[in-house]
Design a binder for this molecule. Structure first.
Ligand code: NAG
Ligand code: NAG
Ligand code: NAG
Length: 337
């Protein structure tokens, strides 16, 4: 007999329903703060809305007034509406990160000058949306069964990507283990990507979904390392072939030589070429070509910290890519092992 994931989820939901717990939500990444709610049930980051309190049952979230939280059909906004049937597909992982349909990336897009609405996808035509992750204060997945289920769902997705790894280069390192140059285990994607350009050194270009690396522009990638990452981490660059991409694309020219460095200063949306600070550690140049997966460096995970890496062009290579972990993943990641 074949058990579907939804059968398992229902069975699991039923067993957890007896111990209903409540949680609040904090956003980090491109926009940080508590998740508040307007009186009509919209969720807001920033502004003066009172903090929201939620419950989760069978993957569906309900607010403290019993309103079902939905992902709206038009623009994928997450809001809690009176009388609505809550959208299922939400999970709180064992480290407290909220996922929807297996993804832990959410987007905050400006609603006013000081507050942001919450979405599962960026709003098309809105250039000011930022990538965020959402942490629940409580109700973490504790049962082994549920953790296993979440992990195996992620692994199923990742395994199906089966990228053709054509080269794996390893920078000299003091750590003996190297974490995988793929996303089959625990990984982090950048929560903020900031392009900086020597041709407009004082311009803050703000957040981007693309990595942009040209002879004059480099990109800074911020990673928020979970407190649970207490072992070894690797910085990896995944660069599949165009034919392996389903939801992303890239433009590439040149010999592929890129330089990777960690910065002393954590980038923000106002970071420019002029104020980006200095290089803390230069990991040197790597040749990054389509069809490669490269371990840039391996290090003790900086648990609980935000770290910034700059990727720049060494000899005129130009690479613009939409950072994406849908099959096949492309871009800069931190893997943990
Ligand atoms: C979430 O996953 C469900 C089940 O696969 C699917 O029907 C739904 O369209 C997905 N929602 C979004 C917003 O991607
Ligand atoms: C990911 O990398 C590890 C270590 O190199 C390897 O054992 C595993 O098979 C890889 N997974 C996939 C899906 O390629
Ligand atoms: C992001 O990169 C993709 C792939 O190169 C490109 O098609 C798209 O136009 C870029 N978007 C922006 C805003 O630069």
């Amino acid at each position: 007999m074949k058990y579907s994931l939804s059968t398992l989820a229902v069975a699991l939901g039923a067993s957890l329903a007896a111990s209903q717990c409540t949680f609040s939500i904090t956003s980090s990444g491109g926009q940080s703060g508590i998740l508040g709610q307007l009186s009509d049930g919209q969720n807001r980051i920033g502004g003066s809305s009172p903090q929201g309190t939620y419950t989760i049952s069978n993957g569906a979230i309900t607010d403290s007034l019993g309103r079902g939280c939905i992902v709206t059909p038009e623009v994928n906004q997450i809001q809690c509406d009176a009388g609505a049937t809550a959208t299922s597909g939400f999970e709180i992982s064992s480290n407290g990160q909220i996922t929807f349909n297996g993804s832990d990336v959410f987007y905050a897009c400006p609603a006013t000058t000081s507050s942001y609405n919450l979405y599962t996808t960026p709003v098309s035509g809105q250039s000011l949306c930022v990538m965020i992750v959402l942490s629940a204060s409580n109700c973490f997945a504790t049962s082994t069964q549920q953790s296993t289920m979440v992990t195996s769902t992620v692994q199923k997705t990742m395994a199906s990507q089966a990228t053709a790894v054509t080269s794996t280069s390893t920078a000299p390192t003091s750590t003996s283990t190297t974490c995988p140059a793929n996303l089959s285990g625990a990984f982090e994607f950048p929560h903020l990507i900031i392009p900086v350009s020597s041709s407009s050194p004082t311009t803050a270009e703000g957040t981007s979904f693309n990595g942009t690396i040209t002879s004059t522009t480099s990109s800074i990638f911020n990673f928020d390392i979970p407190t649970t990452y207490t072992g070894t981490c690797s910085l990896v660059f995944l660069f599949p072939l165009q034919s392996q991409l389903e939801t992303s694309s890239f433009t590439f020219s040149g010999n592929g030589v890129l330089d990777f460095a960690q910065l002393t200063t954590v980038a923000t949306q106002s970071t420019t070429f002029a104020n980006m600070g200095s290089v803390k550690t230069d990991f040197g140049a790597e040749t990054i070509t389509p069809g490669s997966s490269t371990v840039i460096t391996t290090f003790p995970c900086p648990a609980g910290q935000t770290v910034s890496y700059e990727v720049s062009s060494v000899s005129g290579t130009s690479l613009v890519f939409f950072q994406d972990f849908n099959p096949s993943p492309i871009g800069l990641y931190i893997t943990s092992c």
